[in-house]
Design a protein around this ligand. Structure first.
Ligand SMILES: Cc1ncc(COP(=O)(O)O)c(C=O)c1O
Length: 474
């Protein structure tokens, strides 16, 4: 017996003729074709309990429940919750490119979102010293080394003007874990999170894992991939709890102006929403674009604002796995409790390296920014030279996000890619260039190219794409 009635997005249809308070609201954890689980809500206590006997497996608490179809637990190998997570498309593209390379193919990878520079020496030296010191061979407090939290607080004040107490900081295994733990700490089943799309591929998965429901708001190249308050307001419902905000953005490189941030932040504050703001690309902005931290621009949001950041992009430290959450103390405490059971602390040696990074100056990132800026101009120019490609100039991060809608369905070397997954596969096969299809970011019709690779490879890779796509025919 299935207990689901529809998808979250359909739930308004469920209410026909039924008073609002008595409307069953049911949210599927998986798409209808293979739905086995549903999250069930009803505003009146007892109603959800009453459908319990209809289900094989059922967890009910108050007015909500998680219901399954009739598969016996022993026959369910992977849980519905985790089974619904898809592979990280960006990591998958990168892995495929690396495997082809290892097999001797001259593949050029635009897939990975990581700087091609080595971690600066002084950071590596700090890690070497820590390795030699038995103090760093032990566990640290779950929330992170106190001196690192102190240094992160100082760095945050220096870089974005946001004054925080070290007790508001949790050091995590990279920005990814920060996002996961932040959502886990603030979402209850059915809480909606407004996610501007194109979005970084990890956001919806970590929202769903926490029981939340991602609600996409799509912006395209005509607005430089920036959403408006009107769009956000149209997506808001009585279940909306959080707005996800990221500037500079992965995958588009979009940077919101101070005025836009203020408008969005004021709207969120007025509606009582929480905001999770991802500031991991804070130091990678180009031209006239400027980074602004949302809780600094709109200080009244601070009590409901969670900031995510980390060392990966600023200091070329993707492999070291150090990020952090900054938030209100109760939320940070809850997330720290979660981490204490999940992973204990971040590697002590990696924390020592991160301490050197955030305590040092920003010279290394200035050098990287210069190189990225040069590559940004080259890649945008070369992509826009291709018929059927429209690439707005990204103002931050290190990604170009061209629209290739005009090329989908065209014949290229005997094939007719019907979507950008197929087009990206064709580009990999024929041009030996790895790019990530827009489907991974919630917007088919686009490709993401990271320009965090060497100048020569960049020119060679885009030249190959130019040559291949020049063959497109109706
Ligand atoms: C927007 C954004 N946030 C967070 C992260 C997480 O970075 P990490 O987990 O490597 O610290 C990434 C990495 O690609 C990202 O692009």
């Amino acid at each position: 017996m299935y207990v689901f009635l529809g998808r979250a997005s359909n739930r308004k249809c469920l209410g026909g003729g039924v008073p609002a308070r008595e409307r069953p609201v049911i949210v599927l954890a998986t798409p209808p074709a293979d739905a086995r689980w549903g999250l069930v809500f009803h505003p009146l206590p007892g109603v959800v309990q009453s459908v319990k006997p209809l289900c094989r497996v059922c967890f009910v608490s108050g007015t909500m429940g998680l219901m399954s179809a009739a598969t016996p637990p022993t026959e369910r190998r992977v849980s519905a919750r985790v089974g619904a997570i898809s592979e990280s498309a960006t990591l998958a593209v990168d892995a495929k490119a690396k495997a082809l390379k290892a097999a001797g193919r001259p593949v050029i990878g635009f897939g990975a979102g990581e700087p091609d520079f080595p971690t600066p020496d002084y950071i590596v030296e700090a890690a070497i010293e820590a390795c030699k010191n038995p103090k760093y061979h032990r566990y640290t407090p779950a929330g992170g080394l106190p001196e690192l939290k102190q240094a992160i607080a100082a760095k945050t004040l220096r870089d974005s003007g946001y004054q925080v107490d070290p007790a508001q900081i949790l050091v995590t295994n990279g920005g990814k874990q920060a996002i996961y733990e932040a959502f886990a700490a603030i979402l209850d089943p059915g809480d909606e999170v407004i996610v501007p799309a194109p979005y970084w591929t990890t956001y919806p998965e970590s929202i769903r894992l926490a029981g939340g429901v991602p609600v996409e708001v799509v912006a395209d190249e005509t607005t430089g991939y920036r959403v408006s308050v009107e769009q956000l307001e149209a997506a808001r419902t009585e279940n909306t709890k959080v707005l996800l905000f990221v500037s500079p953005s992965n995958p588009t490189g979009a940077v919101y102006s101070r005025a836009q941030i203020e408008e969005i932040g004021r709207w969120a504050a007025e509606k009582g929403l929480w905001v999770l703001t991802d500031e991991i690309y804070e130091h990678l902005v180009y031209g006239d674009a400027e980074f602004h931290s949302l809780p600094v621009v709109v200080p009244e949001l601070a009590d409901k604002c969670v900031v995510v950041n980390g060392v990966a992009k600023t200091y070329a430290m993707t492999g070291w796995r150090v990020g952090w959450v900054i938030g209100p103390k109760d939320v940070v405490k809850a997330a720290t409790n979660l981490q204490s059971h999940a992973t204990s602390n971040v590697s002590n040696v990696a924390q020592a390296a991160a301490l050197a990074a955030v305590s040092g100056d920003l010279d290394a990132v200035a050098t990287m920014r210069e190189a990225f800026d040069r590559r940004r101009k080259t890649i945008v120019r070369m992509l826009n030279e291709i018929d059927g490609v429209v690439c707005p100039e990204p103002e931050g991060a290190f990604y170009a996000y061209p629209s290739v809608k005009a090329l989908v369905g065209k014949e290229i070397r005997g094939k007719r890619p019907q979507n950008t997954v197929e087009l990206a596969a064709l580009i990999l096969e024929e041009a030996e260039v790895a790019v990530v299809p827009g489907e991974a970011f919630g917007t088919p019709g686009y490709l993401r190219l990271s320009y965090a690779l060497g100048d020569e490879d960049l020119v060679e890779g885009v030249s190959r794409i130019q040559k291949l796509l020049a063959e497109a025919r109706d």
